[in-house]
Design a protein around this ligand. Structure first.
Ligand code: NAP
Length: 244
């Protein structure tokens, strides 16, 4: 190993993925499924302890998972994450922008409590902007990258009707972010897509949701596994295009 060489990465090693909000729900299962596919996974969690606990569960399953404190609204955290990954692995192959909140409750936009709109946009939209800004230059340099913005059917323009307004708008704008960043990258090398996991039984989706976590995660990881011919700048569920 020469001075300055990344600690762990060499060409024979697995691809590296970062998953935000990896401590529970779909993000946790995305970490598991990517690691089962041979990725070395960095499990991002805004709560350090929760992240360590979740990563330990996957490590016990024999999977290569590292935990990292990462609140996507904190640009200091995002920068530290990039520096840590660069030092340890020297590259990032897949970024899964999964961490998000749904805080609208049953309120209309007019009834939303102060701050709910702002924090929703801050996490669900600006958080993804922060991570892409930090990691896309690295992917451009290595001429390879897969970015999945975990979106929602609620982010489709046909769903811009009353209720769940802050969340819907955050995902609608996230879809726009996907398209613009995809246009700013070489689509042969870097694939940036919005992906809906479907309605999934998690804390966010609730117990009545129609899908198991493993199926939601499978929909998401499809975007990390795309080959050179795969699409970029699209909106998908279960590998099929869906309407903006
Ligand atoms: P979840 O169970 O509520 O988990 C959300 C995750 O996001 C948690 O790990 C949470 O961390 C994390 N998070 C929240 N704020 C964050 C921040 N500032 N920085 C980093 N991480 C943060 O939700 P889920 O159902 O797994 O949803 C995962 C993704 O799928 C989201 O993007 C969601 O919008 C999308 N989605 C879900 C459904 C569904 O039916 N479940 C449907 C469509 C789309 P804490 O544990 O610290 O809170």
């Amino acid at each position: 190993m020469y001075a300055g060489e990344p600690e762990l990465y060499n060409k024979a090693m697995s691809k590296i993925a970062l998953v935000t909000g990896g401590n529970r729900g779909i993000g946790f299962e995305v970490c598991r499924q990517l690691a089962q596919k041979g990725f070395t996974v960095v499990l991002g969690s805004r709560d350090k302890k929760l992240g360590e606990k979740s990563a330990a569960v996957l490590s016990k399953e024999g999977l290569a998972v590292h935990s990292l404190k990462l609140d996507v609204t904190q640009t200091g955290d995002v920068k530290k994450a990039r520096e840590w990954i660069e030092k340890k692995f020297g590259r990032l192959d897949a970024l899964i922008n999964n961490g998000a909140v749904l805080l609208d409750g049953d309120d209309t936009l007019l009834e939303l409590k102060p701050g709910i709109f702002e924090i929703t946009i801050q996490i669900n939209l600006i958080g993804c902007y922060n991570t892409i800004r930090e990691f896309l230059p690295m992917m451009k340099k290595q001429k390879f990258g897969r970015i999945v913005n975990v979106s929602s059917g609620y982010g489709a323009s046909a769903m811009l009707t009353t209720k769940v307004g802050a969340y819907k708008l955050s995902k609608y704008a996230l879809n726009g972010l996907t398209r613009i960043f995809a246009d700013e990258a070489n689509p042969k090398q870097i694939k940036i897509n919005s992906i809906c996991p479907g309605w999934v039984r998690t804390r966010m989706g609730g117990p009545d949701a129609t899908r198991e976590v493993k199926d939601g995660a499978k929909s998401v990881i499809w975007g990390a596994l795309l080959d050179d011919e795969g699409p970029s700048g699209g909106f998908f569920r279960d590998g099929q295009p869906i309407s903006w």
